[in-house]
Design a protein around this ligand. Structure first.
Ligand SMILES: [Zn+2]
Length: 262
């Protein structure tokens, strides 16, 4: 039996390597390119990136955020996504050990990261991520899974239905299209993994985060009310917060509202 710390180190490394792959997915999927071939290149000078310059987080630090070939800056977003993915893998491993639940929740977290950044870059949420996500979430809920199957199915229906209703009311009252179909499918996917209870908390958190950041942006960039801020990143962040702290938030709310004494 290998020492415990080796297992932790392996989880951390695999997490960072998956994060590195997520960077590729975020970059290539919206362009319709393969995520397997070719190897990564510098977008400026087209030099293929050597394996030793492609080690998660560490290579970026060693190169001080610049391409070895041409010196063009490499966005700090790459090591950030690698770091966050590794951190999520570590926290899930601490909570669940090496289990099916670990695999499912890690895959869900990865999908949320990918969706958030693709939506930020292109204002789209690819069906290629959200539709298989709905299926995986429902499969994972099969007997004994988390959440229970009925909660997961209700989550998909509520997630899809809620946003469809909001979008319909918004369009009827303003005559403008406010929310894309991508958001609807994303919230349906979130429902498959977190159940209907998780959908409600995600929508609440996502709306709060979105309004807060929207107000800050409007204040700093002049009051353009039609400023297009994609909703997907906030839904994704809300879903991650719900995945990690949902139970704690609900417990806090119940005790805060004094509902526990009823
Ligand atoms: Zn270069």
């Amino acid at each position: 039996m290998a020492p415990e710390y080796l297992l932790w180190a392996a989880v951390l490394y695999v997490g960072a390597a998956v994060g590195s792959f997520l960077n590729v997915v975020i970059h290539r999927v919206p362009l319709g390119e393969s995520v397997v071939k070719p190897r990564s290149r510098c977008p400026a000078c087209r030099t293929t990136i050597a394996w030793y310059d492609n080690i998660p987080v560490l290579s970026w630090l060693a190169l001080r955020g610049k391409c070895r070939g041409c010196g063009t800056g490499i966005s700090g977003r790459y090591p950030f996504i690698e770091f966050i993915t590794a951190l999520i893998a570590l926290v899930l491993f601490a909570r669940l050990g090496l289990s099916i639940a670990f695999g499912v929740q890690f895959a869900f977290s990865c999908a949320l990261i990918v969706v958030a950044y693709i939506d930020l870059d292109h204002q789209i949420i690819p069906d290629k991520i959200s539709l298989p996500g709905i299926v995986l979430g429902l499969l994972a809920a099969i007997p004994g899974g988390m959440p229970a199957m009925t909660d997961a199915v209700l989550g998909v229906l509520l997630g899809g239905g809620l946003l469809l209703t909001v979008a319909w009311v918004y369009e009827r009252s303003t005559g403008r299209e406010g929310m894309g179909g991508g958001d609807v499918k994303l919230l349906a996917m979130i429902g498959a993994f977190l159940g209907w209870q998780g959908v409600l908390l995600t929508l609440l958190l996502g709306s709060l985060l979105g309004s807060a950041i929207g107000l800050v942006l409007m204040a700093s960039q002049g009051a353009d009310r039609k400023l297009a801020i994609p909703f997907g990143p906030f839904l994704s962040l809300g879903a991650l917060v719900t995945l990690f702290w949902g139970h704690a938030i609900v417990r806090w709310y119940i005790s805060y509202a004094g509902l526990a004494e009823i």
